[in-house]
Ligand binder design. Structure first.
Ligand code: AMP
Length: 485
């Protein structure tokens, strides 16, 4: 796999605030869970753009006062990039920046364009010189070659040619543009921060938790297919695309989003608890002594499960907070190591108990297998695994980093086989309808599902032909970059 075409990330943008850069750093910090591999900010001081990009976590990247002093102005956008299986390349760190006919332009993207490879080939044949392997750059080139005059129309022109999932935040210096793809697969929310003089600044962010950290007010979700412009006159909204049925990513509720965020007017935490309660209904475990979450991702669902079935919730696994998510370790050997670095069994509690273990998902099975083994070694009498999502059987092409389908445990094994593989005494997953009930729908509408649930159903709403082609052709040759220090 190349290191491009996998942009599951966080975006942030603020227009017209004296501390725009600091607000962006704080916002990106709150959104760190969406991307830990790299971060970048592009600011505008009324005359010039400034940028800083680093393959580091937010705290480190902007911790140096010299870096902060370089970033100036009342307009800023920022991005956190998620780790992928490919190389970390400086040239792929967003926001991307280009000088276009109308002036400077910076763009940050969360999502995945599913026809980027095809568009890129066409653009390269017409002479476009790509600087990165990121699908986002396709939008920049489409804008550069658009016959439209102003930046917003160029952007609409470009976006009408792309397919896939995108939540974008872009800056032309005098305005910030925010867009959500017509299906609204990835989140994007609008907020407002009032300064001491009583002036409002509008903010865009991947999740509402980015508003809480800076004391901003959450206004609403950007609607699927909506484009907003933030400028001196305030907020302007357009709907430039043909309307299609929304397909918000249901996995944001299960795992990806922070539990203190609100998406589609629903608290992610409450939904995770509902998911746990549904799981308790569908897959009870009356003989168990304690309900134990795999921290942190399993915690809200385990609370919901425990409350629904009346079995005590207890912290049978203690998590070290000084290591990132194990899933993002690039090789099988380090991923395996990472599990033990991250989790330890609370022996005093576990010994002799029948444990219901709750996690949000099984991807390759590395985590579950190690954790079940660890709990058993700590003396548990029985370990009953309950997963707060349906089996992950299909890859995501819309912005969540998942392995190829063949590497997904549930793609090639039955539930009974997975139970054997992870060494649990029993295993159950939430049903697809149970998941829909937990998010507030009576049931899944099979003809037109209310959410994107392709990772559980294989029902891909958006064309993804490029990804099939990608395996056999049109490889992008990555460059090995020599970096200082
Ligand atoms: P695995 O060990 O491959 O089965 O990974 C399962 C763990 O990864 C679960 O505990 C999830 O919380 C977490 N997880 C699930 N999906 C993702 C994802 N897209 N990115 C990072 N972590 C994930």
């Amino acid at each position: 796999m190349t290191d491009g075409f996998h942009d599951e990330c966080a975006v942030f943008g603020i227009y017209g605030h004296d501390d725009a850069v600091t607000m962006t750093v704080l916002g990106l910090h709150a959104l760190q869970h969406r991307g830990q591999e790299a971060t970048g900010i592009v600011s505008f001081d009324g005359g010039n753009f400034q940028s800083h990009r680093a393959a580091e976590m937010v705290g480190k990247a902007y911790g140096d006062p010299a870096v902060m002093a370089q970033l100036k102005g009342r307009v800023a956008i920022g991005h956190n990039r998620y780790s992928t299986t490919g190389e970390t390349s400086m040239r792929n760190i967003q926001p991307l920046y280009a000088d276009l006919a109308f002036g400077g332009f910076a763009i940050a993207h969360n999502g995945n364009l599913t026809n980027a490879m095809t568009l890129r080939k066409g653009l390269v044949q017409r002479g476009a010189l790509f600087q990165s392997t990121s699908d986002t750059e396709v939008i920049v080139h489409l804008m550069a070659t658009s016959s439209e005059k102003n930046p917003v129309d160029r952007m609409i022109d470009a976006l009408k040619q792309v397919k896939g999932a995108y939540s974008l935040v872009a800056s032309t210096g005098d305005k910030i543009i925010g867009v959500r793809d017509p299906h609204g697969v990835r989140p994007l929310v609008l907020g407002r921060l009032t300064n001491k003089q009583g002036r409002d600044s509008h903010i865009l962010a991947s999740e509402s938790c980015a508003f809480d950290i800076i004391g901003a007010e959450f206004i609403r979700d950007i609607e699927p297919g909506e484009l907003v412009v933030l400028d001196e006159k305030g907020l302007h909204s357009k709907r430039p695309f043909d309307k299609v049925a929304p397909r918000f990513c249901i996995f944001e509720y299960i795992y990806f989003a922070r539990p203190d965020s609100v998406m589609e007017d629903k608290s992610v935490y409450e939904i995770r608890k509902n998911i746990g309660a549904e799981l308790a209904q569908e897959a009870p475990c009356p003989q168990a002594d304690i309900v134990v979450p795999v921290p942190d991702s399993g915690v809200p669902a385990a609370i919901g499960y425990a409350q629904a079935c009346g079995i005590p919730f207890d912290l049978g696994i203690i998590r070290s907070h000084y290591i990132g998510r194990t899933f993002i370790q690039p090789t099988d050997s380090t991923r395996h190591l990472g599990v033990k670095m991250k989790h330890n069994a609370n022996r005093a509690l576990i010994a002799g108990k029948k444990v219901v273990l709750i996690d949000d998902s099984i991807v390759r099975g590395t985590t579950s297998r190690k954790i079940v083994e660890m709990i058993k070694q700590a003396g548990a009498a029985e370990v009953h695994m309950r997963i707060s999502s349906p089996p992950s059987t299909h890859s995501c092409f819309y912005g969540i980093d998942t392995p190829d389908a063949e590497d997904l445990l549930a793609h090639r094994k039955t539930i009974e086989e997975i139970k054997e593989f992870i060494g649990a005494d029993s295993l159950a997953y939430l049903s697809v309808d149970g998941l829909y009930r937990a998010v507030g729908a009576a049931k899944r509408n099979a003809a037109l599902p209310q959410y994107c649930d392709a990772c559980f159903t294989g029902d891909y709403a958006i064309e993804r032909t490029d990804f099939e082609a990608q395996k056999t052709e049109a490889k992008i040759t990555p460059i090995h970059e020599c970096r200082k220090g």
